[in-house]
Design a protein around this ligand. Structure first.
Ligand code: BES
Ligand code: ZN
Length: 633
């Protein structure tokens, strides 16, 4: 893909120093040639998608027309996809699609059967589907069905839902799972529009990352249209006993009836978030913005499926304390969905920009105190990863060749990416940086871009305009070297000072836990209080904390997570039944994996881990199973 040529150009720009008055002659020019990178990284071809078999540079798919039937009894999705194709190179008549565990029943081109072959399956990339299309044909139809084990689909029994009456299905395509339910060019640099007809049991509602009509008749046949071109990882479907409640003019929530009101109250500020983001970063380009609340097995906090973010129910805390997740998924409408990473190596362009925007949205809607607390907690999460990850995994433009993107999930693209942008903001001034971002979203709207393209843009804009404040060398360090560059922006929260004081006094034995004046503490203060305890506490200390604050019974899933982790690390037995119930009732990997990891450190912990995992496994999403089975089972 053409970005390889671009990469050379960019390197040349950076080799020349990029900005006046500064010398970078000794600085490596080629991203891949930095000393800090392993030798193997030298040959990474920028823009090459190492996670797709598809060939969009020869023939690219531009539109999908789906006609799908959702069969809960067999746990399969079956039907047809008609792909509109465009030849990018004359005379090339071979179309390669990604598939994973799909059964292909027939392939036609403009109505006529055509030859196809399914290649050998790779353990995480799936298998290429190679189709020969006649000269002049531009519509390819694949008839297929999914496997009950499709990695991107979770089938839930009625017992696994809030209402207990109806089954539920949802898809999760990012990073490379769309191919497990649609044969498609599953690369983030291929953008398609799509339309879909979805057949479901009559009493259920289907929703997609597309236009959804809240008023649609519940008749088991649902029509969708996504007129903006999106990458395959943003195609999403859910089916269940769903109802809709509006929250604002352009915002609303879909959820099972039992959760609908609580969700609409919790996320009532979504419309304000949308408004402040538009005001700062330019128009929202996706028409409506709705939320879909999933059952607790959803493996992520949220997923930015366009027009309809998928959200874990574990953030419905009753006090809006965890709504930064909504700001995050909403922010992806700009960074991620409007401007998209071209390969998974460039994920930080999605997640780092989005994390930066999340902080800013939270500040605009909830004020400085909240912003500062979240910034400190985020920085601490980043620090923890820096201390535990190998150097090559601390790099924003990470080398993912030969690796499963699911296995490389960390705070690096998120918090290090955001910190880099915060440094740029501080160096050029907030107003100027906001303008830069607004222009960036406009400039690259509906394109998928590489890190090199971002750097070229930066070079032509901020680096030129603020040559005295910025240096190409520093930018190179942020993007291609491990660790956090010295002098990176710091985060401070006054609200945490009293928490540090209380924790210290208590640890020094100067005060009893029940006399800590914590009545007015917010959730963030509790998280900071717990997360910064020493690694080891005595049984008496744990008992005292629990008696004073009832932490084992905390209804806040993040507080419970931090506390239960401490409880496991210090083998505090009174909390172990709650550890078990937590693990079997939540499937969000970020919340359960650290607890499984901690349990697995000791033989008696491992017994508990295995017991919980065996009980929970039938209800976990394939991703959560895969992320934990390696060290639990
Ligand atoms: N797009 C991500 C989820 C994702 C990333 C799925 C990479 C697969 C591969 C989503 O926006 C996200 O970042 N979710 C976070 C939210 C948190 C950082 C606020 C999550 O699920 O924890
Ligand atoms: Zn994200």
């Amino acid at each position: 893909m053409k970005s390889a040529i671009l990469a050379t150009t960019i390197s040349a720009i950076f080799a020349l120093g990029g900005c006046a008055g500064q010398s970078h002659s000794s600085q490596p020019s080629q991203p891949g040639s930095s000393k800090a990178l392993s030798n193997t990284a030298v040959n990474i071809e920028a823009g090459k998608d190492y996670h797709s078999f598809s060939n969009p540079e020869q023939i690219s798919v531009t539109h999908l027309a789906l006609d799908l039937d959702v069969n809960f009894d067999k746990k399969i999705i079956s039907g047809d996809v008609e792909l509109s194709v465009k030849r990018m190179q004359e005379g090339n008549n071979t179309l390669i699609l990604d598939t994973r565990d799909l059964t292909i029943k027939a392939v036609t081109a403009n109505g006529m059967p055509v030859p196809y072959s399914l290649g050998k399956a790779d353990s995480f990339l799936g298998a290429p589907l190679t189709i020969t299309i006649p000269e002049g044909a531009n519509k390819v139809t694949v008839s297929y069905h999914t496997s009950p084990q499709a990695s991107g689909v979770q089938w839930l029994t009625p017992a696994q839902t809030a209402g207990k009456q109806h089954p539920f299905l949802f898809t999760q395509s990012q990073a490379i799972h769309a191919r497990s339910f649609i044969p498609v060019q599953d690369s983030p640099q291929v953008r398609v529009t799509y339309s879909a007809t979805v057949h479901t049991p009559k009493e259920l509602l289907a929703v997609m990352s597309a236009s959804n009509d809240p008023e649609t008749a519940r008749d088991g046949v649902y029509e969708f249209n996504m007129p903006q071109a999106i990458p395959a990882y943003l195609i999403a479907l859910a089916v269940g006993d769903l109802q809709f409640k509006p929250m604002g003019k352009r915002t609303g929530v879909y959820a099972e009836p039992a959760l609908l009101d609580a969700a609409a109250d919790e996320f009532a500020d979504t419309e304000s978030m949308l408004e402040v983001t538009e005001k700062t970063y330019g128009p929202y380009r996706w028409d409506r913005y709705d939320l879909l609340i999933l059952p607790p097995s959803f493996p992520f906090g949220g997923m930015e499926n366009p027009r309809l973010s998928f959200i874990t129910p574990t953030v419905i805390a009753g006090d809006k304390s965890l709504v930064s997740l909504i700001a995050h998924e909403l922010a992806h409408s700009w960074s991620g969905n409007t401007v998209t990473n071209a390969t998974w190596r460039d994920l930080w362009l999605n997640e780092g920009f989005t994390t930066y925007l999340t902080y800013r949205i939270m500040q605009m809607v909830y004020g400085d105190d909240r912003y500062n607390m979240e910034a400190v907690l985020g920085r601490q999460d980043l620090q923890a990863d820096i201390e535990s990850l190998p150097l090559e995994d601390q790099i924003l433009a990470i080398d993912l060749r030969g690796r499963d993107p699911d296995a490389v999930f960390s705070n690096i693209p998120y918090e290090k990416g955001a910190l880099f942008l915060r440094e740029l903001e501080q160096k050029v001034g907030r107003e100027n940086f906001d303008k830069f971002l607004l222009n960036y979203f406009e400039h690259f709207a509906f394109q998928s871009i590489t890190t090199d393209q971002f750097m070229a843009y930066l070079n032509a804009t901020l680096l030129t305009d603020y040559a005295d404040a910025l240096s190409a060398e520093r930018i190179h360090q942020w993007i291609f070297e491990p660790g956090i560059p010295k002098g990176a922006p710091a985060a401070h929260s006054n609200a945490f000072k009293i928490v540090d004081e209380a924790r210290n006094q208590w640890l020094n034995g100067e005060i009893h836990a029940k006399n800590i004046d914590a009545d007015d503490w917010v959730v963030h203060q509790w998280l900071y209080f717990l997360n910064n305890m020493p690694d080891s506490l005595t049984q008496q200390q744990l008992t005292e904390l629990d008696a004073a604050f009832d932490l084992t019974q905390s209804k806040n899933n993040e507080i419970a997570h931090s506390w239960l982790l401490m409880a496991v690390e210090n083998w505090y037995e009174p909390a172990l039944p709650r550890v078990h119930s937590y693990l079997v009732s939540i499937g969000r990997n970020k919340l359960v994996k650290p607890i499984y990891k901690a349990l697995s450190q000791t033989p008696k912990g491992k017994i508990l881990a295995q017991k919980a995992f065996a009980e929970a496994k039938p209800g976990y999403h394939p991703l959560t199973v895969k992320a934990n089975e390696g060290f639990v089972e």
